[in-house]
Design a protein around this ligand. Sequence first.
Ligand SMILES: O=C1O[C@H](COP(=O)(O)O)[C@@H](O)[C@H](O)[C@H]1O
Length: 206
Amino acid sequence: MAEATIIENAGNGDIAEWLAARLGEALESTEGPVTITVPGGSTPFPIIEELLTRDLDFSRLVVWPGDDRIVPEDHEASNTGKLRALFEPAGAEVVTLTIMEQVPHFHLAWLGMGADGHIASLFPNTDPKVDEERSILRLTPDPLPPEAPFDRISLTIPALLDSDQIAFVIRGHDKRTVFDEALAGQNDLPVARLLAGAKQPVTCFT
Ligand SMILES: O=C1O[C@H](COP(=O)(O)O)[C@@H](O)[C@H](O)[C@H]1O
């Protein structure tokens, strides 16, 4: 079971600062690309805007959406489209998830979490056997989340665990309770399954 460092009441600027420091270390540690996963939903985008103001060589950054909704990239629900609009002007590469994609080792897996304990698009109903066998999975959430009722494509738990470190941004009391229970092994939600397998440092911003 992972031990997580919890950083309480972090502002977007604090999180961006932490991310910039981790990316800076990764850029120093390799001459090749630095690979990260970035969550979708609503939480990450103001943090990314802050991150992009930091002095980093974004041209060596390869951004993998942790998941996406199966919609065109110019659809308002597309995580990839939003990531592309933010990161590409800074010189970073943004990958389009397909089930054919070869998934790399990530320097950082940055994740959000839904109040139902889903991470990326691995929902509580996602068959655990399936997400143990593949790196990328296409699925239909059951039930479809009303805020984004679309089929999904998602990195799986083994793919996310193939990373140097993991960072969560968990905002709101409901999510925090679910996360704390997952960390304590008191539920079996996707977030708990990830935490149970994490050997690397886990940092959680609330
Ligand atoms: O559907 C999704 O939900 C989660 C949480 O999103 P948020 O809007 O509550 O921050 C997100 O982490 C995931 O990547 C996304 O596609």
